[in-house]
Design a binder for this molecule. Structure first.
Ligand SMILES: Nc1ncnc2c1ncn2[C@@H]1O[C@H](COP(=O)(O)OP(=O)(O)OP(=O)(O)O)[C@@H](O)[C@H]1O
Length: 257
């Protein structure tokens, strides 16, 4: 049995003038330690599916299970990282990372030691006593990642975590999160509408389409080690994603003899 099973999940929102189907009979299985990207344009139901998996929402029909158990509520074993970092501005960086550890009721020294360790992992050990407002957006998102990893979750849900960052910072963070998460062997479900981001990060890409939200196809990304955005293998997979979204111009070349 797979670690996560999504079976025939639909999510319908009641609306005046007719119900709206945000997810339509979606099925997907995910194995432990996999990095899955949910990729698709705005409105295809990526965040709705993530919310169901994170336990914030329930399907109208179908089933979503983790380790054989129906997902009924959020769990401390699973952490969600959003686009807006979610740091508490009145707490220092260190105290923000300690936040989740407080709910695990760890002693103060152990909390601080872990917070320092995970801040080091994301290259921010010297910012322990700074406040979030003193950090750039990319640094704040690194703190949010350190905070998430510090509680050693089984699953990380990420909803467009890099969408607010500039292109260069975004690429750097993509490489970092990819390296860190593979080393820590986490199961990750990552929502994005950025094709390159999905090809850089994912083991498999679930390609979603809207009206109604569906998984059109699941594409394995057979790239190993650190991914080179300019390599022929990378560009080949990127090309396949473009084809899946029908984004490639048709070959209209006319030949005259
Ligand atoms: N609470 C709600 N009530 C009614 N409709 C909703 C609700 N939440 C989402 N929807 C609709 O469901 C559809 C899917 O929304 P969702 O946020 O999952 O899409 P998405 O793919 O994550 O889009 P984006 O990339 O813009 O965040 C959208 O058309 C949205 O308007």
């Amino acid at each position: 049995m797979s670690y996560i099973t999504i079976e025939d999940v639909s999510r319908v929102y009641p609306k005046k003038g007719g119900d709206f189907t945000a997810l339509d009979h979606v099925s997907l299985t995910i194995e432990r330690g996999e990095f899955i990207c949910l990729l698709g344009p705005s409105g295809c139901g990526k965040s709705t599916l993530l919310s169901i998996l994170a336990g914030f929402d329930r399907p109208t029909s179908g089933s979503a299970k983790i380790d054989g158990e129906t997902i009924e509520a959020p769990s401390i074993r699973r952490v969600t990282i959003f686009q807006n970092y979610g740091l508490l501005p009145w707490r220092t960086v260190g105290k923000n990372v300690e936040l989740g550890l407080e709910s695990l009721q760890l002693p103060r020294e152990e909390r601080e030691e872990k917070a320092r360790r995970y801040l080091k992992l994301v290259g921010l050990e010297s910012f322990f006593d700074h406040y979030p407002a003193e950090l750039s957006g990319g640094m704040q998102q690194r703190v949010a990642i350190a905070r998430a990893l510090a509680v050693d979750p089984d699953i990380l849900f990420m909803d467009e975590p890099f969408a607010a960052l500039d292109a260069i910072t975004r690429m750097k963070l993509q490489d970092e999160i990819s390296a860190i998460c593979r080393e820590q062997k986490k199961t990750i479900i990552f929502v994005t509408h950025d094709i390159d981001e999905a090809v850089v990060l994912a083991d498999r890409i679930a390609i979603m389409t809207p009206n109604p939200g569906k998984i059109k196809t699941v594409l394995p990304v057979d790239l190993h080690g650190r991914r080179d955005r300019t390599s022929p293998d990378f560009l080949h997979i990127r090309d396949r994603v473009f084809t899946a979204f029908s984004l490639k111009p048709e070959d209209k070349t006319e030949y005259y003899i």
